[in-house]
Ligand binder design. Structure first.
Ligand SMILES: NC(=O)c1ccc[n+]([C@@H]2O[C@H](COP(=O)([O-])OP(=O)(O)OC[C@H]3O[C@@H](n4cnc5c(N)ncnc54)[C@H](O)[C@@H]3O)[C@@H](O)[C@H]2O)c1
Ligand SMILES: [Zn+2]
Ligand SMILES: [Zn+2]
Length: 394
């Protein structure tokens, strides 16, 4: 079959790979009908290169049709239409019992000290072949895949694999209620859905920050007050000025480790990832720093006693953090991979509602065949041609 495989820093290709086969009795094989490129894939494209091997199949946002099931998969039958959460969870361990699906104790990658295995996400997360492919082996298919109705287009459901629950969790964890103000930093696909989720959850005032015209405009159209990073010197100060000097009640960081505005660490990181693999991994694990502009802005901006919710991914080992501010302001911080399955029942109902209330069918700006994925990665990374979200059709 054909799949999008990794070949080096900013070098992905569509190549021929072996067809997936059932290995465990709880596996299923899914034929992919739609798959998307995520901001997390951009980290693999760049800074996480030391954790990839040539030929790794990428992709963790996918949906499709069940083609084969193992003998212990009772919940699915061949022909079912499903969307597959990017976090692989067993559904019955101590963590899964508590809804902490991204920490599943059955699929945790203990050799790396990481949480639950993820599709298409390097040796750090179990080296599970990903979904930017014609077919995927889905482990723990007796729990993970969400069955879908047949009546609506793929894009109503595709984002249940990751960005919709991620944005929803990000907003829920920011702990804001009706009448409160939420700031969303970063208006990529996750930030956009966070803006929409917030409105849907009754948070009337959303302040949204980015530095890309189309992304700011999109958030404005969904009712956010937007702040252009290129136009304000100090985002935290601007956010305070808009909130009676106090700061927003909650802040979602939907940017992560590759934020703009950290030229020095960008340079250090860019050299470190080009070292030979063991040295590069050591640099990341022991001396690693992220580009911290967004999280530092979030901490600076949030009101005293407020909550910072990190949807954006961070990976540094010695990131300098303003502990004095964090402690003195008494802030709460929540973070982590999304516990996708914790939110999918409620979000499937929402995604199906007449009128496409979250605008899921219009989020993607580009739909291209899988064969064009390498160009699409480049375009999404550079935010060219108004690119906000790319859906690939295998
Ligand atoms: N926690 C999870 O489970 C989970 C799931 C999916 C994605 N993510 C992470 O969420 C983040 C966003 O994903 P995405 O797909 O929307 O990616 P994206 O790269 O398209 O979006 C990031 C946005 O942040 C903006 N930005 C950069 N620096 C900024 C700054 N200093 N202040 C404000 N905005 C800034 C960029 O212009 C861009 O629009 C990534 O880090 C991704 O890895 C986490
Ligand atoms: Zn993703
Ligand atoms: Zn589990």
């Amino acid at each position: 079959m054909r799949a999008l495989t990794w070949h080096g820093i900013e070098d992905v290709r569509v190549t021929e790979v072996p067809d997936p086969v059932l290995v465990d009795p709880t596996d299923a094989i899914v034929r992919v009908t739609s798959t998307a490129i995520c901001g997390s894939d951009l980290h693999l494209y760049g800074v996480l290169a030391p954790y990839l091997e040539v030929g790794d199949v990428l992709g963790h946002e996918f949906m499709g049709v069940v083609e084969e099931v193992g003998p212990d998969v009772q919940n699915l039958t061949v022909g079912d239409r499903v969307v597959v959460p990017f976090t692989i969870s067993c559904g019955r361990c101590w963590m899964c019992d508590r809804g902490l699906f991204a920490q599943c104790e059955t699929t945790q990658v203990r050799e790396q000290g990481s949480g639950a295995s993820l599709f298409g996400y390097t040796s750090l997360y179990g080296s599970v072949p990903g979904g930017q492919a014609e077919r995927v082996r889905v482990p723990h298919a007796d729990f993970g895949p969400v069955k879908l109705p047949d009546d609506l287009p793929d894009e109503r459901f595709l984002y249940l694999s990751d960005i919709l629950p991620t944005a929803w969790q990000g907003v829920a964890w920011a702990d804001v209620g009706e009448g409160d103000t939420l700031a969303v930093l970063g208006l990529g696909p996750v930030g956009q859905l966070a803006v929409r989720a917030a409105q849907h959850r009754g948070i009337t005032r959303v302040l949204a920050v980015d530095l890309v015209d189309e992304r700011l405009e999109e958030a404005r159209q969904w009712g956010a007050e937007v702040i252009d990073l290129r136009e304000v010197g100090d985002v935290a100060q601007t956010l305070r000025e808009l909130t009676e000097g106090r700061g927003p009640d909650g802040v979602v960081d939907a940017v992560g480790m590759e934020a703009h505005g950290n030229p020095v660490s960008a340079k250090v990181i860019s050299s470190a990832i080009r070292l030979p693999k063991p040295a590069a991994r050591a640099a990341i694990e022991h001396a690693g720093i992220d580009r911290l502009a967004a999280v530092h802005t979030a901490i600076d901006a949030v009101r005293r006693g407020g909550t910072v919710s990190l949807s954006g991914v961070y990976g540094g080992a010695i990131d300098p953090m303003p502990m004095m501010d964090m402690f003195d302001k008494g802030i709460t911080m929540r973070m982590g991979q999304c516990h996708v399955r914790q939110w999918t029942d409620e979000l499937l109902d929402l995604a199906r509602q007449p009128g496409d209330v979250l605008g899921l069918e219009s989020l993607a700006t580009h739909r291209v065949p899988l064969s064009e994925a390498p160009d699409a990665y480049r375009m999404f990374q550079r935010k060219e041609d108004g690119c906000l979200k790319v859906v690939l059709q295998p």
